[in-house]
Design a protein around this ligand. Structure first.
Ligand code: FCB
Length: 447
């Protein structure tokens, strides 16, 4: 068909989910609470007090969910493991029954020729760990858990993500209090928590390398801030790249460079993290790939300030999807990939999340015609195609999400799925966007 934008052969199309958002079964087979169980059960913390107690009940319905993946024709599925199913107390004795669930999921995927991509930490920290990420012991506990899981699963799983989105469980969890555990700590303590989180990542990379089958591919899934130049010319492009390094200094920059930028340390002054000998080397452990969760860009211009860039304030008329944070700027796909590639030259990249919430309505005859989601996805994939066609090493795309699910503090009020979920009956219905994505995958092209 003329006009189709074709992706490279072997480009991986996938979908993504996370344990606490879909599994439910929070008390089954030895699982103990995570900080998200505690937080969601605390009055006033989530939309209408909603919790992940049942969510999509994917713990029981996983075979049905694999069928949905199969019908889409995806080559990969990114899902996360609930740490407190495997180590109910965070450390100590592993729980075989918890692990067995993930072995069943992986087997079902492989039976259907879908490659499993496993995230080890998607925010559901075991409640039992004293102090959570405030303690350096948690970084070590995470590495032990990562080592254990990778040893047990790497016969069947060859891609692991250590951690999903540092900022969302450090800053939102310990600084603004919007997410679990809901604390509002001062900057110095928050910087230390951020440090312990990236240290946990680095220790986990080493633990996976030591325990998993050789050849296992290790990366992370990070929501780096993405800067698009206000106008695509040399000066603004350079400014966007300077902004990318500096504004991601506590997380992705530290992980990919094995050091904090001078400017970050100066800016934080006495609040800068206390770094122990050897930490930065661990944090900078080489990765096989970088995963980027990319939802919305920020716009940057070159200027004559000491940093050489200015981040533009967002006009109040800037359009967004159903979630008020989800501003629509499809070029986020291209600049996420290009900035990271140009600055750090990773061997491989994946878009580990992209997608949108929409006010889905079920018609009288049972259809969900989410033309707004299709519009969002089509435009984003067009920019993804640009990055692929310019030769950036982008290997695949995981759409968030396979199905409507528990959207954290927004509860069930924001639907991100390709499949509509009736949370009373657990019925899954493919939306128009599911049909559209199946077409993209079957042609390996976007129109
Ligand atoms: C990301 C999260 C994911 C989901 C999407 C909408 O920040 O990683 O769990 O909530 O946003």
């Amino acid at each position: 068909m003329p006009g189709l934008l074709r992706f490279p052969p072997n480009f991986l199309w996938g979908c993504a989910t996370a344990a606490y958002q879909i599994e439910g079964a929070v008390n089954e087979d030895g699982r103990k609470p995570s900080v998200w169980d505690t937080f969601s059960h605390t009055p006033g913390k989530t939309f209408q007090g909603e919790t992940g107690d049942v969510a999509d009940d994917s713990y029981h319905l996983y075979k049905e969910d694999v069928k949905l993946l199969k019908n889409l024709g995806v080559g990969g599925y990114r899902f996360s493991i609930s740490w407190s199913r495997i180590f109910p107390d965070g450390t100590g004795q592993p729980n075989e029954n918890g692990l067995a669930y993930y072995q069943r999921v992986v087997d079902e995927l492989l039976k259907n020729n879908i490659v499993p991509y496993v995230t080890l930490f998607h925010w559901d920290l075991p409640q039992a760990l004293p102090g959570g990420w405030q303690s350096r012991d948690t970084s070590k506990a995470f590495a032990d858990y990562a080592g254990y899981v990778s040893r047990k699963l790497s016969d069947r799983v060859s891609h692991f993500f250590t951690i999903n989105e540092f900022e969302c469980f450090t800053d939102l969890g310990y600084k603004t209090g919007q997410f679990a555990p809901g604390l509002k700590l001062p900057d110095g303590q928050v910087n230390q928590i951020r440090h312990q989180a990236i240290l946990g990542h680095g220790l986990a990379v080493q633990a996976i390398r030591a325990n998993a089958r050789s050849g296992t591919q290790i990366g992370l899934a990070e929501d780096a801030r993405v800067f698009a130049p206000v106008i695509e010319n040399r000066a603004h492009i350079d400014a966007a790249q300077r902004a990318t390094r500096e504004e991601n200094a506590p997380f992705l920059t530290a992980v990919l460079e094995g050091k904090y930028t001078d400017r970050y340390l100066e800016r934080e002054g006495a609040n800068a993290p206390k770094v122990e000998g050897g930490d930065m080397k661990v944090i900078g452990s080489p990765l096989d790939f970088v995963g980027l969760n990319a939802y919305r860009p920020e716009y940057v211009r070159a200027d004559s300030s000491p940093t050489g860039y200015a981040v533009e304030p967002r006009p109040t008329s800037f359009p967004h999807m159903a979630s008020d944070w989800l501003f629509v700027g499809p070029e986020v796909m291209y600049w996420a990939i290009r900035n990271v590639s140009d600055i750090w030259k990773p061997r491989a990249l994946y878009v580990t999340e992209n997608g949108c919430s929409a006010d889905d309505v079920v018609t009288a005859d049972g259809r969900i015609d989410d033309t707004d989601r299709v519009m969002y996805l089509r435009n984003h994939l067009t920019h993804l195609h640009r990055a692929a066609s310019e030769g950036y090493p982008i290997k695949g795309y995981f759409l968030w999400s396979l199905l409507d699910n528990y959207e954290w503090a927004d509860g069930y009020s924001k639907r991100f799925g390709l499949h509509y979920v009736d949370f009373k009956t657990q019925t899954r219905t493919p939306k128009l966007s599911a049909e559209w994505y199946r077409e993209v995958i079957s042609r390996n092209a976007v129109e």
